[in-house]
Design a protein around this ligand. Structure first.
Ligand code: FE2
Ligand code: FE2
Length: 471
């Protein structure tokens, strides 16, 4: 479906046929732009950036590339094409036609889910707003900004749903989305991972690898929703999200490959002495962001998750192809729970374990990423490997919060944990070391000392293309 760029708000939802909605969104637009100026990438708003912009929602060739100043990016409302005769794919309403409007009984629940997803989008822009000052290359700087403008676009996607389907409450929520601030003591973002600092580029690459990947799984589960506008919105967001994940995965890989090069140059294999980021440090950042991202799926045992599934609101990953029993009424899920200082396998009704089921799909995907990193390490002749910690490790939400576990999942006492914590998670010294490496490199084609060059540029442009032109 092609996108109408003639209107003030680009869209493929025939916005001009609903004047009230159009006016309401045109009223929200300047508030969004104010927020972008205040909280978007600091210091780069007047620069030309080589960005892609969605021009259609067709699978092939949906984007065009060009130099754009970020505040002039054409944020808009893009839904994937409707699926003819689409039916509810799971839960108590299985097989019934999907909803084009919000049923009264699910209004609050749907609004809460949409607001929670929406809140993550501006949050990550805020978390990343200072990174332009220390970009390792113009190539990376451009990727950061591409991610940022698309998170802004995702905010638009959710705000459209709030305005269009949730009346006055929805408009109030849309305003509140521009008021909360990542990490603010008084008015923080809703989810914990989105209040964490993102002070350096290793954090950015781990965040986009693991936290944006949570986004992929949340969007995929909402793409299954019986509320068809939400499903169509999320399906198109997923095509944009894929780029964020590759920025993260490739960024971490380039740090690892550079660590090997620098180790080879040092008589003792000391990467830090050569000014690089050693593999142990990367592993600690992986542990940190993987565990924080696991929390985003919610508790392993959750009556809310059961309600969402029963109602047809939030499904499993690829519900139609990966699962056979779409009602999940009688099945159980086995989960090791802490009981009297020991882990005991416990049966939970499957519907109550839906957060855990989605989290497992996420873990499998994350394992594939780690496998690709390890293949790159192996091909470079190294025998060091990255591993994912247990899903029990370093959790602050869910059934394992309040207990301590080693990366291999072994239950620990508080003292055992305290003694080993800095071996498993970034210490103050690790963070200070990584911070000390963060010096900007703005020469076309040049890379910071601690990261390898990418294999190729953006959209078939050379790596030394001037991806960002500083005003
Ligand atoms: Fe997003
Ligand atoms: Fe993202």
């Amino acid at each position: 479906m092609s996108i109408n760029y003639d209107e003030r708000i680009p869209n493929n939802v025939d916005l001009s046929s609903d004047k009230r909605l159009q006016r309401a969104l045109e009223h929200w637009q300047p508030a969004f732009l104010d927020w972008w100026q205040d909280m978007g990438p600091e210091g780069w708003q007047a620069s030309d950036v080589y960005l892609r912009t969605a021009v259609s929602t067709d699978a092939g060739g949906w984007a065009q590339f060009g130099l754009v100043k970020m505040p002039e990016y054409r944020w808009g409302i893009f839904l994937a094409d409707p699926v003819a005769d689409r039916r509810i794919g799971f839960g108590d309403h299985f097989g019934q036609p999907v909803w084009q409007d919000v049923p009264g009984e699910y209004r609050n629940v749907l609004q809460r889910i949409i607001v929670t997803q929406a809140d993550t989008e501006p949050a990550s822009v805020e978390q990343q707003r200072h990174l332009g000052a220390t970009a390792p290359s113009l190539y990376d700087l451009r990727n950061l900004f591409q991610v940022n403008v698309e998170e802004g676009r995702h905010l638009w996607a959710m705000v459209y749903l709030l305005h269009r389907y949730f009346g006055r409450d929805g408009r109030d929520e849309a305003e509140a989305l521009l008021d909360r601030r990542a990490g603010d003591a008084d008015n923080p973002r809703i989810l914990d991972a989105f209040n964490q600092a993102c002070p350096d580029w290793l954090t950015f690459f781990c965040f986009t690898t693991f936290t944006d990947r949570d986004g992929k799984y949340q969007l995929a589960s909402l793409a299954e929703s019986a509320f068809d506008p939400l499903s169509r919105t999320c399906r198109f967001m997923l095509t944009e999200e894929a780029h964020h994940l590759s920025v993260g995965e490739d960024g971490v890989k380039r740090v690892l490959l550079r660590a090997l090069e620098l180790a080879a140059q040092d008589p003792d294999g000391d990467v830090r002495r050569q000014g690089g980021i050693d593999v142990d440090t990367v592993q600690k950042y992986v542990n940190y962001w993987f565990s924080y991202s696991l929390d985003l799926f919610g508790s392993e045992v959750s009556s809310n998750a059961a309600t969402f599934f029963a109602g047809g609101i939030k499904g499993r990953y690829r519900e139609d192809v990966e699962w056979e029993d779409h009602t999940a009424l009688s099945a159980v899920h086995v989960l090791p729970l802490v009981d009297n200082g020991r882990l005991v396998d416990t049966e939970v009704p499957l519907r109550n374990a839906m957060n855990q089921v989605l989290r497992q799909s996420y873990v499998e995907d994350s394992e594939r990423v780690v496998k690709r990193w390890n293949r790159a390490l192996e091909e470079a002749g190294s025998d060091v490997r990255i591993t994912l910690p247990s899903t029990r490790f370093h959790r602050r939400q869910g059934v394992y919060a309040g207990h301590h576990f080693a990366p291999d999942g072994t239950l620990l006492t508080a003292d055992q944990w305290a003694a080993r914590r800095d071996a498993w998670l970034p210490s103050e010294a690790d963070r200070a070391y990584v911070a000390s490496l963060m010096q900007p490199v703005y020469e076309p084609g040049q890379m910071a000392h601690w990261i390898a060059a990418p294999k190729r540029g953006i959209n078939k442009m050379p790596v030394d293309y001037v991806y960002v032109r500083r005003a």
